[in-house]
Design a protein around this ligand. Structure first.
Ligand code: NAG
Length: 342
């Protein structure tokens, strides 16, 4: 047995392995070529006449032809140039998906002496695919009470190329709240993970838009992106705040009972039940509580009795606003009774 290897520049990198074997009593050789995928139809693969040890014209004279097992033929013999050429555009990913090696095998038959030569062509990867995310838009709902340091695993991007031409890493657009960590799964797939660095605040920024990109290491580098819309969910992190620290009113002593003297108002920056406010009077001496009433829903302060300047000229109360989940704010109410010379 003997063998040798031969190298040439460019796509004509040829690896010849001649094996001495017996097939119908003839010499059989294995010829090996390597070409990148996606070449134009008719591209040069190898100098087959020379590698078979034939003169150029012998190729047709002796009836050389390609025989393969019924599948689609990707190569052709060019009788004019004596070379093996591509018969169509070859997509490595379509033929071999993400297999580490993509090899196409066929035989060349020389009809006049029935010699058969096996030929193997390796299809090498080029960076013809960019990483892609299955969803180009992601929506995340994150509570504003989520603790910094919390991690969220996102879906990985997929690049059907192999080696450096496939996915190499991820990047996150600049933003004030999240950073990116890349984890490698047991299957070797790289997963992007969003890490909350700074707490969210729905009242300041109810939604955030960030862009996640995945890149490969090909030449040139290709990348794919996914837009992430973060909706910040409300937490009860805001207490009700009265629109004024003190509400004052001057009331003639002869107003009929049931009169609205003033309306207090507190607002809560949260949402939904977290922002629903109810009003109460606190810290009022027993007698005063029989004279005034604060409507818990509307904040209206009513008189329950007739006022009497001679009995009391001034009332001081405190109103409290409570939200649905226990946060509260307070304000003072000063009522001055004005003498009507009764
Ligand atoms: C309470 O104050 C807020 C903010 O000033 C205002 O938008 C709202 O209409 C007020 N509510 C009432 C009942 O006056």
């Amino acid at each position: 047995m003997f063998s040798w290897q031969k190298h040439r520049d460019g796509r004509g990198r040829i690896l010849l392995c001649f094996l001495l074997g017996l097939l119908w009593g003839t010499l059989t050789a294995q010829i090996r070529y390597s070409i990148p995928e996606e070449l134009e139809k008719g591209s040069f693969v190898g100098n087959i006449a020379k590698d078979l040890g034939l003169e150029l014209q012998e190729l047709s004279q002796r009836g050389a032809r390609i025989v393969s097992r019924g599948k689609k033929q990707h190569f052709a013999l060019s009788v004019r140039s004596g070379s093996l050429v591509t018969a169509d555009r070859i997509d490595r990913e379509e033929l071999c998906s993400q297999g580490a090696q993509c090899l196409l095998n066929f035989n060349v038959l020389i009809e006049d002496n029935l010699n058969i030569y096996s030929v193997e062509v390796e299809i090498t990867d080029i960076n013809d695919n960019a990483p892609r995310f299955r969803a180009e838009k992601l929506e995340l709902k994150i509570s504003e009470t989520t603790a910094p340091g919390t991690q969220l695993i996102l879906e990985s991007a997929y690049d059907p190329d192999v080696g450096v031409n496939s996915l190499q890493g991820y990047e996150l657009s600049p933003n004030h709240h999240f950073s990116l960590r890349v984890q490698s799964g047991a299957d070797g797939i790289k997963y992007p993970e969003l890490v909350l660095d700074r707490a969210l605040d729905r009242e300041k920024e109810p939604t955030l838009q960030i862009v996640l990109s995945g890149w490969d290491g090909g030449e040139p580098i290709r990348s794919g992106t996914a837009g992430i819309l973060v909706t910040v969910l409300d937490g009860n992190d805001n207490a009700p705040v009265f629109t004024q620290p003190i509400y004052t009113v001057n009331v003639p002593e002869n107003v009929p009972q049931g009169t609205t003297l003033l309306t207090v108002n507190a607002t809560d920056a949260d949402e939904g039940i977290n922002s629903q406010v109810r009003y109460f009077l606190v810290k009022i001496p027993g007698k005063t509580s029989q004279i005034f009433q604060l409507n818990s829903v509307t904040g209206e302060l009513l008189t329950l009795q007739n006022l009497d300047y001679e009995a009391a000229k001034f009332y001081m109360m405190e109103a409290e606003a409570q939200d649905g989940l226990g946060l509260w704010g307070r304000a003072k109410i000063h009522v001055t009774v004005v003498d009507m010379n009764d």
